[in-house]
Design a protein around this ligand. Structure first.
Ligand code: UFG
Length: 337
């Protein structure tokens, strides 16, 4: 079994992946500065180090004399709107810090990296479903920064012998089926937690951003991928690199798209409650349709998603009901939850 360093392991996708790695028997060290993540989300079986993933001194001290087999690099900023308003923050948080981390990895001979990329690297799609060789024309600073880091990894692979897998996530959603881990962003901008909050009455009615898209019901279509299926993709990516594979770039999505209205209908079915919603104008920068062509990851990593939209909503509902109901010692759940 392997020893894995996980940056951003207190975040949404990171914490689910840490759990999956530990369940598979790996040793895990989490590095997270808790600026966005939650200490409670880190599995107690993992070693936790509160540090910035771009802090050269702390990272160097951690890597000295410790043989890490690979690094999964989640730490970063994820909000498209914020990236447009404050690009410096995104260039620093996503690109500069990744460069610092990779320097430390190089210096310590850790050259296997799994990186959290995003479908945002494609920008407005020319073809849907989107294959990995689709043109890369991000329409947000966030997407640009993800693409820069992918390119950095490609350069480091050529020049320094890095081997990496960049996973281009589509719409991560859902929660651990046991209800103990889930999504807790602050502020929350994602459709599914907002829809569930609206159903629970803990958030305002959902605004449907755009009802005039060229889609069957007029609302935008996304490829929602269960966070535990995403976690599995990371495990397979690590195993792939450890087996000596050269790595590469992979979409992680189901290949199936659902409209905003379909998500709301599924939320009503699962919760048994109406989801109060109002129609609103399109959100700037939102494409009509983002759906993955996931053939490459299926073929090369043997990945198959286990969950569909209803599972995603059922698990998210379980998690948010628990959070809303308060957990012992933390009324209202995790900070930001
Ligand atoms: N939506 C609403 N109302 C809301 C929130 C969202 O109608 O209150 C709609 C959006 O317009 C979009 C869909 O629901 O059509 C999904 O929106 P999310 O905000 O949940 O997710 P995005 O597709 O905008 O963004 C996600 C990730 C980004 C990533 C992007 C591209 O959060 O990090 O996918 O893959 F860049």
């Amino acid at each position: 079994m392997a020893t894995i360093l996980v940056t951003g392991g207190a975040g949404y996708i990171g914490s689910h992946t840490v759990r999956a790695l530990l369940d598979a028997g790996d040793s895990v060290v989490v590095v997270d500065d808790l600026s966005r993540g939650h200490r409670e989300a880190v599995d107690p079986r993992a070693e936790f180090v509160q540090a910035d993933a771009g802090d050269r001194e702390r990272l160097a001290a951690l890597l000295t004399g410790r043989p890490f087999d690979a690094v999964i690099h989640f730490a970063g900023l994820i909000a498209v709107g914020e990236s447009m308003a404050d690009p410096a923050r995104y260039h620093h948080g996503n690109v500069v810090k990744s460069a610092a981390l990779f320097d430390v990895l190089r210096a310590h001979g850790v050259t296997r990296v799994v990186f959290s990329s995003s479908a945002a690297v494609y920008g407005e799609p020319e073809t849907v479903p989107i294959p990995e060789d689709h043109p890369l024309r991000p329409t947000s600073v966030y997407g640009e920064t993800k693409l820069w880091v992918e390119r950095m990894l490609a350069h480091y692979a050529r020049a320094y012998g890095f081997r990496y897998v960049a996973l281009r996530y589509f719409n991560a959603a859902g929660a651990h089926p046991d209800g103990t881990l889930g999504e807790a962003h602050d502020p929350e901008t994602h459709l599914i937690p907002l829809a569930i909050g609206a159903a629970l009455g803990t958030r305002p009615p959902l605004r449907i951003f755009g009802t005039d898209y060229p889609t069957p019901d007029g609302t935008a279509i996304r490829d929602y991928i269960h966070v535990c299926d995403l976690a599995d993709a990371h495990l397979l990516a690590v195993r792939h690199l450890l087996a000596g594979a050269p790595g590469g770039v992979y979409n992680v999505g189901t290949g199936r798209g659902h409209s905003v209205r379909e998500v709301l209908a599924a939320a009503e079915l699962v919760t048994g409650r109406p989801v109060p919603a109002v129609e609103a104008p399109r959100r700037p920068g939102d494409p009509a349709r983002l759906v993955a062509a996931p053939d490459r990851i299926r073929r090369e990593l043997g990945w198959e998603p286990r969950y569909g939209l209803e599972d995603i909503l059922r698990h998210a509902w379980r998690w948010h009901s628990r959070q809303g109901g308060g957990r012992s010692g933390s009324a209202g759940g995790w900070p930001g939850g």
